[in-house]
Design a protein around this ligand. Structure first.
Ligand code: HEC
Length: 174
């Protein structure tokens, strides 16, 4: 009697288990097919992804062979290479440099930078003499207040422009 009940239970239990497994397999297959139609192809067709792959597989070197036509090796100038995207324009004078570069730290006194126009902060620095201020601005230096990056982090600036920016900064009055 009891073994009959046991085997009945076992049959029903197996059936339920089987149905659940079947449902899981169907759901898995469904999810895969949905993903295949959307994700994978979408990613593969993504222009940014394609550009990245092209960039990764680009040959590192080109070898010119003497006596053969090497014209295919000519490196085509990238579009807009005259002014690379994101390149900062070179400021024309001290005020421009100050506005474009130095103001990031010196207008509000960020990271320990002496605030432009703050006479008390500048007095001991000016006392060092302008040549020192120029030198510290151009070459960068680490003082007790913080780190002054060389040319404010803009290595493309000429020394003259940085000096003009220092002059401009010292003329600012609050
Ligand atoms: C990333 C922040 C930052 C930028 C950008 C920056 N400075 Fe500075 N500057 C500092 C800090 C910090 C100090 C103070 C360092 C110290 O004395 O400890 C400083 C100090 C100076 C001093 C005083 C030097 C001395 O001997 O006391 C001058 C002059 C100066 N900066 C000029 C400039 C000029 C010109 C620019 C733009 C071309 C510029 N800074 C851009 C952070 C900056």
């Amino acid at each position: 009697m009891s073994s009959n009940q046991d085997s009945k239970f076992f049959n029903v239990f197996s059936l339920v288990l089987g149905i659940l497994i079947a449902i899981a397999i169907v759901l898995f297959a469904f999810a895969r097919s949905v993903g295949a139609n959307t994700q994978a192809q979408h990613v593969l067709a993504d222009p940014e992804y394609v550009a990245q792959v092209n960039d990764n597989v680009r040959p590192l070197v080109r070898v010119a062979v003497a006596g053969q036509d090497n014209s295919a090796l000519t490196i085509a100038a990238a579009a807009g290479s005259a002014a690379p995207a994101g390149a900062l324009e070179l400021p024309a004078d001290g005020a421009g440099v100050y506005e474009a570069v130095c103001t990031a730290c010196h207008s509000a006194g960020i990271a320990g930078a002496p605030k432009a126009g703050d006479a008390a902060a500048w007095a001991p620095r000016i006392a060092q003499g302008k040549p020192t201020l120029y030198k510290h601005s151009i070459e960068g230096y680490t003082g007790q207040a913080g780190v002054m990056p060389a040319k404010g982090g803009r290595a493309d600036l000429t020394d003259e422009l940085v000096q003009q920016a220092v002059d401009h900064m010292l003329e600012i009055k609050l």
